[in-house]
Write a new protein. Structure first.
Length: 419
């Protein structure tokens, strides 16, 4: 592959070319030259005037339903959606059937994703079959390519198990990812507990259910001197707890789903089941705290929490609908639209690039000569309409169809491919 990106603006604070308009020559998987008016025989030239380029984006939380539920999403359709959304890599949660519980399942994921422009980082089970009873085969999975361990959307209720998992992960230099929720507090609630749930007469899931588990896991991480990453944080109090833990020097990181930055629980007055999420959408006050947490570094990264679901489980009464919404193709636009008044573009992009790489232990990258060509090309100023025909996911559970969004992904370059 030989490509010249002509007149593109670099967004990369680690690069000497940050905010400069340059030409970039890419050959195979390397950036070979950066300059002005580049010309290379046999190279494909792309006019990128008005467009921006950054290190390739990484999504820390996606679900592809393969193996087991391929009618909702398989590996190929999920990776194609990721590419359309500007992501060169995705952390795949083990919410599958069978779960990603051993090296066989990790190898299955890696084999099915070979040769695609998007790289999968499999997240192995923390407990056997995500049942929360016994530790899974973590070391074998790490050797097979698992980047971290989690029980996905099954929050670990047993404090002793979580403590042992942290200690074991520390011993093999790996990471535990926690989706914090105390099920005894959350029970089977359908939305956030608050004024809107009272108005609608629906049972509420209080933010306390999340905050108790955040507090517990912070204490355990401190006790074991281990790393812990919280995924899909939603409440103001959770942000406070994580900020305090970081101030103490604990090895704590966190991400937030873009849906929880953009939508609040009042939108459920529409009873649109696409907004039935886990964790639930919280309040405007929580969103304000989440944005501040991103700005001050308490929250490290933004994820899509891409969760495909078939029509039979979404076009039903709200009480019976399953939780989740697809979001890979719209994640950047929502993040940009909700954060552009609070944060610079380069700081927003860092939540998709620098922080996710550090959390997963991936090598740091920069837009510089002889660096790997793993890049995302985008236009933050362009508006676009997310038409159903644009959707490449197998599932259609998005509330954003036919909505005008700001910030358009142009393409990705990764694994020696332009896609």
């Amino acid at each position: 592959m030989k490509v010249i990106l002509q007149s593109v603006t670099v967004i990369d604070p680690t690069s000497a070319h940050h905010l400069k308009v340059v030409d970039i020559f890419i050959q195979d998987n390397l950036i070979k030259e950066i300059g002005k008016k580049l010309s290379v025989a046999g190279a494909k030239t792309l006019d990128c005037k008005g467009q921006y380029i950054s290190i390739g984006w990484i999504d820390l939380h996606v679900n592809f339903c393969d193996p087991g539920f391929e009618t909702k999403e398989d590996i190929l359709s999920g990776l194609n959606a990721a590419a359309k959304g500007g992501f060169v890599g995705v952390a795949l949660m083990p919410n599958t059937q069978p779960a990603l519980k051993s090296k066989s399942e990790i190898e299955y994921i890696n084999n099915k994703s070979n040769n695609h422009a998007v790289t999968i980082f499999p997240i192995g089970c923390l407990s056997a079959n995500r049942e929360g009873k016994d530790l899974a085969e973590m070391y074998d999975m790490k050797l097979a390519g698992a980047k971290a361990f989690s029980d996905g959307n099954s929050s670990v209720q047993d404090a002793g198990l979580m403590s042992r998992a942290m200690l074991y992960a520390k011993g093999i230099d790996s990471l535990i990812i926690s989706k914090p929720e105390d099920k005894n507090i959350a029970q089977n609630a359908k939305m956030n507990e608050g004024q809107t749930s009272t108005l609608l007469g629906m049972k509420g899931n209080p933010s306390l259910a999340e905050e108790l588990m955040v507090s517990r896991d912070i204490f355990l991480a401190e006790y074991q001197d281990a790393k812990i990453h919280f995924t899909c944080i939603t409440s103001a109090k959770s942000v406070e707890l994580i900020k305090a833990a970081k101030k103490k020097g604990l090895k704590v990181t966190a991400d937030v789903s873009v849906n929880h930055l953009y939508f609040d629980d009042t939108i459920l007055e529409s009873f649109d089941t696409n907004f039935k999420l886990s964790p639930p959408l919280r309040t405007k006050e929580d969103i304000k705290a989440l944005k501040q947490g991103l700005k001050d570094g308490s929250i490290d990264a933004i994820c899509s929490q891409h969760t495909p679901e078939d029509i039979e489980h979404k076009q039903v009464e709200f009480e019976y609908a399953k939780e989740g919404m697809i979001g890979l193709q719209t994640a950047f636009s929502l993040a940009l639209m909700t954060l552009e008044k609070q944060m610079d573009l380069s700081d927003i992009i860092a939540k998709f690039t620098i922080a996710p790489r550090a959390i997963l232990g991936l090598p740091a990258q920069s837009i510089a000569v002889n660096q790997m060509a793993s890049l995302t090309l985008f236009d933050p100023a362009t508006s676009w309409k997310f038409q159903p025909s644009d959707n490449v996911s197998k599932s259609k559970n998005s509330a954003l169809f036919n909505q005008v969004l700001k910030g358009k992904v142009i393409s990705i370059i990764n694994n020696q491919q332009l896609k």
